[in-house]
Design a protein around this ligand. Structure first.
Ligand SMILES: [Mn+2]
Length: 323
Protein backbone atom coordinates (compact mmCIF):
# COMPACT_ATOMS: atom_id res chain seq x y z
CA UNK A 1 0.00 0.00 0.00
CA UNK A 2 2.92 2.31 0.75
CA UNK A 3 4.16 2.22 -2.84
CA UNK A 4 0.60 2.82 -4.10
CA UNK A 5 0.41 5.98 -1.99
CA UNK A 6 3.79 7.02 -3.34
CA UNK A 7 2.54 6.44 -6.87
CA UNK A 8 -0.48 8.60 -6.16
CA UNK A 9 1.65 11.40 -4.65
CA UNK A 10 4.02 11.33 -7.59
CA UNK A 11 1.19 11.54 -10.09
CA UNK A 12 -0.33 14.43 -8.13
CA UNK A 13 2.92 16.39 -8.08
CA UNK A 14 4.20 15.68 -11.57
CA UNK A 15 4.03 18.32 -14.28
CA UNK A 16 4.90 15.91 -17.04
CA UNK A 17 4.36 12.17 -17.08
CA UNK A 18 5.54 9.70 -19.69
CA UNK A 19 4.32 6.09 -19.94
CA UNK A 20 6.08 3.32 -21.84
CA UNK A 21 4.80 0.10 -23.37
CA UNK A 22 7.16 -2.75 -24.09
CA UNK A 23 8.58 -3.38 -27.55
CA UNK A 24 6.34 -5.41 -29.89
CA UNK A 25 3.34 -4.26 -27.89
CA UNK A 26 0.50 -6.65 -27.05
CA UNK A 27 -3.02 -6.13 -25.72
CA UNK A 28 -1.91 -6.01 -22.11
CA UNK A 29 0.82 -3.40 -22.43
CA UNK A 30 -1.42 -1.25 -24.67
CA UNK A 31 -4.55 -1.61 -22.52
CA UNK A 32 -2.43 -0.91 -19.44
CA UNK A 33 -0.67 2.12 -20.90
CA UNK A 34 -3.70 3.81 -22.44
CA UNK A 35 -5.91 2.68 -19.54
CA UNK A 36 -3.54 4.19 -16.95
CA UNK A 37 -3.24 7.33 -19.04
CA UNK A 38 -7.03 7.72 -19.16
CA UNK A 39 -7.29 7.00 -15.42
CA UNK A 40 -4.76 9.75 -14.72
CA UNK A 41 -6.72 12.10 -16.96
CA UNK A 42 -10.00 11.20 -15.28
CA UNK A 43 -8.75 11.38 -11.71
CA UNK A 44 -6.00 14.00 -11.82
CA UNK A 45 -6.98 16.02 -14.88
CA UNK A 46 -3.54 15.48 -16.41
CA UNK A 47 -2.50 14.39 -19.88
CA UNK A 48 0.37 11.93 -20.19
CA UNK A 49 2.75 11.19 -23.03
CA UNK A 50 2.23 7.57 -24.09
CA UNK A 51 4.99 5.84 -25.97
CA UNK A 52 4.57 2.76 -28.13
CA UNK A 53 7.96 1.18 -28.70
CA UNK A 54 8.34 -0.27 -32.16
CA UNK A 55 5.51 -0.54 -34.62
CA UNK A 56 1.93 0.29 -33.74
CA UNK A 57 0.29 -3.11 -34.15
CA UNK A 58 -2.46 -3.27 -36.78
CA UNK A 59 -4.31 -5.83 -34.71
CA UNK A 60 -4.95 -3.17 -32.06
CA UNK A 61 -5.75 -0.34 -34.44
CA UNK A 62 -9.30 -0.48 -33.06
CA UNK A 63 -8.14 0.81 -29.68
CA UNK A 64 -9.50 4.18 -28.80
CA UNK A 65 -6.78 6.78 -28.74
CA UNK A 66 -3.98 4.55 -30.05
CA UNK A 67 -3.44 7.39 -32.51
CA UNK A 68 -2.68 9.74 -29.61
CA UNK A 69 0.23 7.48 -28.63
CA UNK A 70 3.66 8.56 -29.76
CA UNK A 71 6.37 6.41 -31.26
CA UNK A 72 9.78 6.06 -29.60
CA UNK A 73 11.18 7.67 -32.75
CA UNK A 74 9.51 10.97 -32.05
CA UNK A 75 10.40 11.34 -28.38
CA UNK A 76 13.07 13.92 -27.58
CA UNK A 77 15.67 12.07 -25.53
CA UNK A 78 16.85 15.27 -23.85
CA UNK A 79 13.56 15.96 -22.07
CA UNK A 80 13.60 15.15 -18.37
CA UNK A 81 10.19 14.01 -17.16
CA UNK A 82 8.99 14.31 -13.58
CA UNK A 83 7.54 10.84 -13.76
CA UNK A 84 8.21 7.90 -16.07
CA UNK A 85 6.07 4.80 -15.81
CA UNK A 86 6.75 1.44 -17.48
CA UNK A 87 3.77 -0.91 -17.79
CA UNK A 88 4.06 -4.64 -18.48
CA UNK A 89 7.79 -4.15 -19.17
CA UNK A 90 9.42 -7.30 -17.78
CA UNK A 91 12.99 -6.06 -18.17
CA UNK A 92 14.38 -2.60 -18.80
CA UNK A 93 15.83 -3.57 -22.19
CA UNK A 94 12.26 -4.17 -23.38
CA UNK A 95 12.12 -0.34 -23.49
CA UNK A 96 14.94 -0.46 -26.07
CA UNK A 97 16.15 3.09 -26.80
CA UNK A 98 13.73 4.64 -24.30
CA UNK A 99 15.64 3.37 -21.25
CA UNK A 100 17.64 6.59 -21.17
CA UNK A 101 14.49 8.74 -20.98
CA UNK A 102 12.97 6.40 -18.39
CA UNK A 103 15.95 6.43 -16.04
CA UNK A 104 16.59 10.15 -16.46
CA UNK A 105 13.13 10.94 -15.11
CA UNK A 106 13.01 12.36 -11.57
CA UNK A 107 11.02 9.33 -10.51
CA UNK A 108 10.64 6.00 -12.32
CA UNK A 109 7.77 3.65 -11.69
CA UNK A 110 7.62 0.02 -12.75
CA UNK A 111 4.18 -1.60 -12.83
CA UNK A 112 4.24 -5.22 -13.89
CA UNK A 113 3.23 -8.84 -13.35
CA UNK A 114 6.22 -10.77 -14.77
CA UNK A 115 7.88 -13.11 -12.31
CA UNK A 116 11.25 -12.29 -13.88
CA UNK A 117 10.94 -8.52 -13.29
CA UNK A 118 13.89 -7.44 -11.12
CA UNK A 119 12.39 -4.16 -9.90
CA UNK A 120 14.40 -1.70 -11.97
CA UNK A 121 12.24 1.35 -11.04
CA UNK A 122 12.42 3.74 -8.08
CA UNK A 123 8.96 2.53 -7.16
CA UNK A 124 8.03 -1.02 -8.09
CA UNK A 125 4.48 -2.29 -8.12
CA UNK A 126 4.88 -5.88 -9.19
CA UNK A 127 2.45 -8.70 -8.59
CA UNK A 128 3.66 -11.95 -10.12
CA UNK A 129 0.33 -13.57 -9.18
CA UNK A 130 -1.60 -11.16 -11.34
CA UNK A 131 -2.80 -12.36 -14.74
CA UNK A 132 -1.84 -9.17 -16.44
CA UNK A 133 -0.47 -5.72 -15.86
CA UNK A 134 -4.01 -4.44 -16.45
CA UNK A 135 -5.13 -6.49 -13.42
CA UNK A 136 -2.42 -4.82 -11.32
CA UNK A 137 -3.56 -1.39 -12.51
CA UNK A 138 -7.22 -2.12 -11.85
CA UNK A 139 -6.28 -3.36 -8.36
CA UNK A 140 -4.35 -0.20 -7.58
CA UNK A 141 -7.12 2.00 -8.99
CA UNK A 142 -9.56 0.28 -6.63
CA UNK A 143 -7.21 0.53 -3.66
CA UNK A 144 -6.70 4.25 -4.29
CA UNK A 145 -10.43 4.81 -4.87
CA UNK A 146 -9.92 6.12 -8.37
CA UNK A 147 -12.94 6.75 -10.53
CA UNK A 148 -13.34 4.34 -13.43
CA UNK A 149 -15.49 4.99 -16.48
CA UNK A 150 -16.51 2.88 -19.46
CA UNK A 151 -13.46 3.80 -21.52
CA UNK A 152 -10.96 2.88 -18.81
CA UNK A 153 -12.92 -0.27 -17.93
CA UNK A 154 -12.75 -1.40 -21.57
CA UNK A 155 -9.01 -0.78 -21.82
CA UNK A 156 -8.21 -2.71 -18.64
CA UNK A 157 -10.60 -5.49 -19.63
CA UNK A 158 -8.71 -5.84 -22.93
CA UNK A 159 -5.44 -6.27 -21.03
CA UNK A 160 -6.91 -8.98 -18.81
CA UNK A 161 -8.76 -10.67 -21.67
CA UNK A 162 -5.73 -10.94 -23.95
CA UNK A 163 -3.14 -11.91 -21.32
CA UNK A 164 -5.39 -14.72 -20.07
CA UNK A 165 -5.94 -15.88 -23.66
CA UNK A 166 -9.63 -15.19 -23.30
CA UNK A 167 -9.91 -16.40 -19.67
CA UNK A 168 -8.30 -19.75 -20.45
CA UNK A 169 -4.66 -19.66 -19.35
CA UNK A 170 -3.34 -20.81 -15.96
CA UNK A 171 -3.31 -17.21 -14.77
CA UNK A 172 -7.13 -17.08 -14.90
CA UNK A 173 -7.75 -16.85 -11.16
CA UNK A 174 -11.03 -16.26 -9.32
CA UNK A 175 -9.85 -12.67 -8.93
CA UNK A 176 -9.67 -12.34 -12.72
CA UNK A 177 -13.35 -13.26 -12.98
CA UNK A 178 -14.26 -10.90 -10.16
CA UNK A 179 -12.39 -8.06 -11.80
CA UNK A 180 -13.85 -8.89 -15.21
CA UNK A 181 -17.33 -8.85 -13.70
CA UNK A 182 -16.70 -5.46 -12.12
CA UNK A 183 -15.26 -4.07 -15.33
CA UNK A 184 -18.23 -5.33 -17.33
CA UNK A 185 -20.50 -3.61 -14.81
CA UNK A 186 -18.59 -0.43 -15.62
CA UNK A 187 -19.42 -0.87 -19.29
CA UNK A 188 -16.82 -3.26 -20.74
CA UNK A 189 -18.89 -5.47 -23.04
CA UNK A 190 -17.39 -9.01 -23.25
CA UNK A 191 -18.77 -9.85 -26.72
CA UNK A 192 -17.78 -6.55 -28.27
CA UNK A 193 -14.25 -6.74 -26.85
CA UNK A 194 -13.86 -10.43 -27.70
CA UNK A 195 -14.75 -9.70 -31.33
CA UNK A 196 -12.33 -6.79 -31.50
CA UNK A 197 -9.48 -8.81 -30.00
CA UNK A 198 -10.08 -12.24 -31.53
CA UNK A 199 -12.35 -11.98 -34.53
CA UNK A 200 -10.77 -9.07 -36.34
CA UNK A 201 -7.66 -10.74 -37.76
CA UNK A 202 -6.32 -9.56 -41.08
CA UNK A 203 -6.70 -12.32 -43.69
CA UNK A 204 -2.92 -12.53 -44.18
CA UNK A 205 -2.50 -13.24 -40.47
CA UNK A 206 -4.92 -16.19 -40.55
CA UNK A 207 -3.22 -17.59 -43.66
CA UNK A 208 0.27 -17.20 -42.16
CA UNK A 209 -0.94 -19.03 -39.04
CA UNK A 210 -2.28 -21.90 -41.15
CA UNK A 211 1.00 -22.09 -43.10
CA UNK A 212 3.03 -22.15 -39.89
CA UNK A 213 0.95 -25.02 -38.47
CA UNK A 214 1.16 -26.90 -41.77
CA UNK A 215 4.97 -26.69 -41.59
CA UNK A 216 5.27 -27.62 -37.94
CA UNK A 217 7.86 -30.19 -36.90
CA UNK A 218 7.24 -32.63 -34.06
CA UNK A 219 10.00 -34.15 -31.93
CA UNK A 220 10.37 -36.34 -28.84
CA UNK A 221 7.17 -38.33 -29.44
CA UNK A 222 5.41 -35.14 -30.45
CA UNK A 223 6.07 -33.59 -27.05
CA UNK A 224 7.91 -30.74 -28.73
CA UNK A 225 6.23 -28.90 -31.59
CA UNK A 226 7.95 -26.09 -33.39
CA UNK A 227 7.67 -24.08 -36.55
CA UNK A 228 9.99 -21.64 -38.27
CA UNK A 229 8.95 -18.49 -40.06
CA UNK A 230 11.54 -16.87 -42.29
CA UNK A 231 11.79 -13.31 -43.48
CA UNK A 232 10.82 -14.61 -46.91
CA UNK A 233 7.64 -16.19 -45.49
CA UNK A 234 6.74 -12.83 -43.97
CA UNK A 235 7.25 -11.18 -47.34
CA UNK A 236 5.28 -13.86 -49.21
CA UNK A 237 2.30 -13.41 -46.92
CA UNK A 238 2.68 -9.66 -46.89
CA UNK A 239 2.68 -10.04 -43.10
CA UNK A 240 3.37 -7.35 -40.52
CA UNK A 241 5.47 -8.05 -37.44
CA UNK A 242 2.59 -8.90 -35.12
CA UNK A 243 0.92 -11.35 -37.52
CA UNK A 244 2.86 -14.23 -35.95
CA UNK A 245 1.02 -13.74 -32.66
CA UNK A 246 -0.89 -16.84 -31.60
CA UNK A 247 1.10 -19.36 -33.66
CA UNK A 248 2.93 -20.82 -30.67
CA UNK A 249 -0.41 -21.11 -28.81
CA UNK A 250 -1.95 -22.92 -31.77
CA UNK A 251 0.79 -25.57 -31.57
CA UNK A 252 0.22 -25.97 -27.83
CA UNK A 253 -3.42 -26.84 -28.55
CA UNK A 254 -2.31 -30.28 -29.79
CA UNK A 255 -2.94 -32.98 -27.18
CA UNK A 256 0.62 -34.37 -27.22
CA UNK A 257 2.38 -31.01 -27.05
CA UNK A 258 4.35 -30.27 -23.88
CA UNK A 259 6.41 -27.42 -25.32
CA UNK A 260 5.68 -25.43 -28.44
CA UNK A 261 7.71 -22.75 -30.06
CA UNK A 262 7.84 -20.37 -32.93
CA UNK A 263 11.24 -19.39 -34.28
CA UNK A 264 11.05 -16.26 -36.31
CA UNK A 265 13.97 -15.18 -38.43
CA UNK A 266 14.82 -11.53 -37.72
CA UNK A 267 17.30 -8.96 -38.90
CA UNK A 268 21.07 -9.52 -38.68
CA UNK A 269 20.98 -13.30 -38.34
CA UNK A 270 18.94 -13.28 -35.16
CA UNK A 271 15.94 -15.36 -34.18
CA UNK A 272 12.97 -14.31 -32.10
CA UNK A 273 11.61 -17.20 -30.11
CA UNK A 274 8.18 -17.56 -28.61
CA UNK A 275 7.84 -20.47 -26.17
CA UNK A 276 4.66 -22.00 -24.77
CA UNK A 277 4.18 -25.05 -22.55
CA UNK A 278 1.65 -26.99 -20.54
CA UNK A 279 3.79 -27.89 -17.51
CA UNK A 280 7.41 -27.04 -18.12
CA UNK A 281 8.84 -23.74 -16.92
CA UNK A 282 9.72 -22.08 -20.23
CA UNK A 283 10.58 -18.77 -18.53
CA UNK A 284 13.63 -20.59 -17.18
CA UNK A 285 14.55 -21.74 -20.68
CA UNK A 286 14.05 -18.25 -22.10
CA UNK A 287 16.20 -16.81 -19.32
CA UNK A 288 19.18 -18.97 -20.31
CA UNK A 289 19.05 -17.03 -23.60
CA UNK A 290 18.62 -13.63 -21.97
CA UNK A 291 14.83 -13.56 -22.31
CA UNK A 292 12.04 -14.06 -19.82
CA UNK A 293 8.30 -14.16 -19.26
CA UNK A 294 5.95 -16.49 -17.46
CA UNK A 295 6.15 -20.18 -16.54
CA UNK A 296 4.05 -21.31 -19.50
CA UNK A 297 4.62 -18.44 -21.92
CA UNK A 298 7.99 -16.84 -22.49
CA UNK A 299 10.25 -15.47 -25.17
CA UNK A 300 13.81 -14.62 -26.07
CA UNK A 301 15.98 -13.39 -28.92
CA UNK A 302 18.95 -15.52 -29.93
CA UNK A 303 21.79 -13.94 -31.90
CA UNK A 304 21.91 -16.84 -34.35
CA UNK A 305 19.91 -17.85 -37.42
CA UNK A 306 16.87 -20.11 -36.76
CA UNK A 307 18.54 -23.47 -37.52
CA UNK A 308 21.35 -22.90 -35.00
CA UNK A 309 19.02 -21.28 -32.47
CA UNK A 310 16.82 -24.36 -32.76
CA UNK A 311 19.65 -26.73 -31.83
CA UNK A 312 20.47 -24.71 -28.73
CA UNK A 313 16.83 -24.50 -27.72
CA UNK A 314 16.21 -28.22 -28.23
CA UNK A 315 19.08 -28.99 -25.89
CA UNK A 316 17.58 -26.85 -23.12
CA UNK A 317 14.03 -28.07 -23.70
CA UNK A 318 15.09 -31.72 -23.57
CA UNK A 319 16.89 -31.05 -20.29
CA UNK A 320 13.65 -29.63 -18.84
CA UNK A 321 11.52 -32.41 -20.31
CA UNK A 322 13.52 -35.22 -18.78
CA UNK A 323 14.93 -33.72 -15.59
MN1 LIG B 1 1.28 -8.75 -19.64
Amino acid sequence: MQNLKELQENIKNANNIIIFSHVNPDGDTLGSMIGLSKLIELNFNKKTTNVIIGRKPDTYAFLNSIDECRSNNDIDKETIYDLAIAVDVAAKDRMVDMQEVYFKAKKSINIDHHITNNGYGNINIIDANASSCAEVIYGLAKALNWEINQETAELLYIGILTDTGGFRFENTSPKVFNYAAELSEQGANPTKLYRLCYESKPKAMALLNAYAIQNAVFKENDKIAYTIITKEDMKNFNAKGDYTEGISESLRQINTTEVSMLLKESENQTTKVSLRSKNIDVAKIAETFGGGGHHFAAGCTIQKPPKIALEKLMEEIKKSLYE
